[in-house]
Every structure is written in C-alpha cells, then in structure tokens.
Design a protein around this ligand. Structure first.
Ligand SMILES: [Zn+2]
Length: 428
C-alpha cells in the first residue's frame, strides 16, 4: 500500500502523474523555460495536461542549452559573473530587482548556476537552485530583467518494508530495498537501546515505514522514518515519529523518548578491544592497572562525538593520554576521550551531543588506533556500556495524548507488516 502525501511548498500542487501543475505566481511573466522533465509543461498547459489527453511532446520548444557553473570555494557571485563575461551592471540590476534575488547573497560552494545567453553573449536567462524545492529565475525579455521564484514539484511518498538479518544489518537493509543512508537512520534510531556492533544476531528482524521524496517525478532522496520495529534477540523495540516544535523526534509506544541524554558509544566503532575492568593486566605497562573505560577500536580518523551536551573542561596533549578531551555534563557527569589523532574543540567551549570533538588516533600510550572512553558519575568511574543513562526530554502529559493518537495507526501498520512477514517466512 502506498499512501501519498503532498508537501506543498507554498503552492498547491496536484496531478501526481503529470508531475507538474504549477500556477505562475502573479508577478511572473511566462518564461517558457526549457524543461528537463518530459511531463513538465508551460503553466498554460497544466489544465490540459490534467486530462491526460494532450500529447505535450510536440508542443515543447526545443531545449536550449544551459551552461552550468558550480560555485567553487571562495568564489563570489561577482567573480562568477566576471568569469562568464557578464557586466557588473547586469549583476547590479539583478540584485536590485526584488526580494527574491536576495537569495543570491547566500551562495555556497557546490551551488549550481545555469545560464543562457543572447547572441551578443549578454545574459538571457539565469537559473539558480535556491534549495531543493525552488529555482530563482532571472530572465531578460529584451527590454529588462525579471526575477521570480519557481517552485519545483516535491512529492513525499510513504513506503514500507521488512527485513531479516542473516549476516549484517547493511545486507539485510539492501535486500529490503533500503539505501545505506536509511539503514544508518534505522541504526541511529535504535542506537540508544541496541548496540548495532555487538548485539545484532541472525534472525533479528525489522519493519519500517518511511518516506521517499521525489522531485519533478524522479527520486530525490530518502525522507524520514515514520515508524519502526526492531526485534533484537527476542526483544521488541519500537519507535514512532512525533513532531515537537516543528522538529521530528522519536518515541517508544509508551511515550519514552528514544533519545537519551548520552550516546552509549561516542563513535561508530569496529569492535571493543578492551572492556571496563577494574582489575585489568595492562598490556603495555605489564602490571595490574584498572581499565576505567572502554577501548573502541576504529580506523584512524574516525570521528568521535560528544556523548552529551556539555562544556569542554580539558583539551590537551599528554604523554599517556595523547590528545585528549574531557567534557563536563549536567548531573555531575564527566566524559573523557583519549588518544585522538587530533582535537577539534577548545577548553571552555560548549558542545552539543553528537558534535565532533576529535578523531580516533593512537597518540599517547596506545598500541593501535582506538578511542579510550570514560564515563564518571560524581567522580566515580562507571562502565559506559552498562551505566543507566538519563532520558532526554520526556513527553509532557498534554503531548502524550496527542502522541498516542498519532502513534496508534502507525503501530497498527507496523503490526500488520510484522504478521505479513512472519507469514511470508513460514511459507515455503
Ligand atoms: Zn583504554
């Protein structure tokens, strides 16, 4: 079953099959732009298109070539115009046209500009992707320049899938039609409850309802997860999307926030090379020395994240610890990170959970690249893998009611997915 959802970026969209049904905003002249998509049409044809009876292919003007310019690092719009041989006056006029062209003050490396010229090489049309849903279009009609913003067709489609793990989560995800990016989202969603390196077993299953975003009729990117079930070693975990203050967050069916105030592991690691052990025999020092943290093996350069919001109380180099960072958090919790190849934060700096604070290395007393990670509560070392972590932003009473109403149909859909896949796997 596909549920289709339209995201209207300021415009009412319609005609899913036709892909385009844009009404021109009032200040826009008919640009008769060359379109890349076969189903796109001039605004005046949109009505006819809806009937599906008009052969539009014969009616579209021949494609005019766009010259594509990708903004390079350090490049200004001024520089681009000069490079293209357009006059400074043209740029001046464009910037003075209307509020839309103010977007041009915020260009970034990687942004795309497209140009068309008149025979004398002066600017005829310019197209700039303001964001994934909008083009800024500047056109010279022979008399003067006009600017307008064109909204592109963005359609979000809900889809669902199930998977069963027999070797790795990524392979199972691929089989279920998920992109690596969506597999990462799934892993991150349950990453607070399930350790995806150590806890995953053959036979674990997942069921997922998520969004796919299409632009002008073609797949653009994955959207958000709407709801998910993960069965790990016989234990069921579920997460449902719920919007608070315009931001999507995820909650368990009982209203518990999936997110905790601390990351269980502050990096994506390969394996644990040394566990928390107060009586460990130290491999380099050759004597019993408590191992007050966890050693996470990961390739040199793997980013390490602040486990929770806090303030950097130390960022330094020492003989034993190498490049290291200590963070003070709320509730008398301190986290420590050792052996970085380099640090990216300074003492006194505030950090957010998930912010990169340095990169895995083997500086100081370390045999191989790894992160030594410590978790201290009231000055006492605790095992970061097992210490119970404070929950972030629980739902209030009022929100809980809303959440339950929204979650009910999603949980029903997840339940149906799960029964369907159990039936499928039990029949030959
Ligand atoms: Zn260690």
């Amino acid at each position: 079953m596909f549920a289709l959802t339209l995201i209207a970026f300021g415009l009412a969209l319609g005609g899913l099959e036709s892909g385009s049904n844009e009404e021109a905003p009032s200040q826009v002249i008919s640009l008769d732009l060359p379109e890349r998509h076969a189903f796109q049409s001039r605004p005046d044809q949109a009505g006819a298109l809806m009937t599906g009876e008009v052969d539009i292919s014969a009616d579209i003007s021949p494609l005019e070539e766009w010259e594509e310019i990708t903004v390079r690092k350090g490049q200004s719009l001024d520089g681009i115009f000069r490079q293209q041989g357009f006059s400074a006056r043209t740029l001046h006029e464009i910037m003075a046209l209307n509020d839309d062209t103010g977007q041009l003050k915020k260009i970034r490396p990687g942004d795309l500009f497209e140009f068309q010229r008149f025979d004398d090489n002066s600017l005829k049309r310019m197209r700039y992707a303001v964001d994934e849903a909008r083009y800024l279009i500047v056109e010279h009609d022979g008399q003067q320049l006009h600017a307008s913003t064109e909204t592109r067709d963005i359609v979000t489609q809900t889809t669902e899938t199930s998977g069963s793990i027999d070797s790795s989560l990524f392979l199972a995800g691929k089989k279920a039609g998920l992109s690596d990016n969506m597999v990462m989202k799934l892993a991150n969603l349950f990453g607070w409850d399930i350790d995806f390196v150590l806890d995953i077993r053959d036979g674990d299953t997942f069921h997922l309802i998520y969004e796919k975003v299409y632009r002008d009729g073609s797949f653009l990117r994955d959207g958000e997860i709407i709801g998910a079930t993960f069965n790990n070693q016989g234990e069921k975990f579920q997460a449902i999307r719920f919007e608070i203050d315009g931001r999507s967050q995820y909650f368990a069916p009982d209203g518990r926030n999936m997110r905790k105030a601390f990351l269980r592991a502050p990096l994506n690691f390969s394996y644990i090379s040394s566990n928390f052990n107060p009586k460990r025999f130290h491999p380099i020092l050759k004597r019993v020395k408590a191992h007050n943290g966890i050693d996470y093996r990961a390739p040199k350069g793997t980013p390490v994240f602040a486990a929770g919001d806090g303030k950097v109380i130390q960022s330094a180099y020492s003989k034993f610890n190498g490049h290291h960072v200590f963070i003070q958090h709320a509730n008398s919790i301190v986290t420590k990170y050792l052996h970085f190849t380099n640090r990216t934060v300074k003492k006194g700096q505030r950090v957010k959970q998930g912010e990169v604070i340095g990169y895995v290395g083997s500086t100081g007393l370390a045999q191989a690249p790894h992160l030594h990670y410590e978790f201290l509560l009231n000055g006492v070392h605790r095992n970061p893998r097992t210490v119970s972590l404070p929950i972030a932003n629980p739902l209030g009473e009022a929100e809980l009611g809303d959440f339950r109403r929204q979650a009910a149909p999603i949980l029903t859909q997840l339940g149906r997915l799960e029964s369907a896949s159990m039936y499928a796997s039990s029949s030959p």
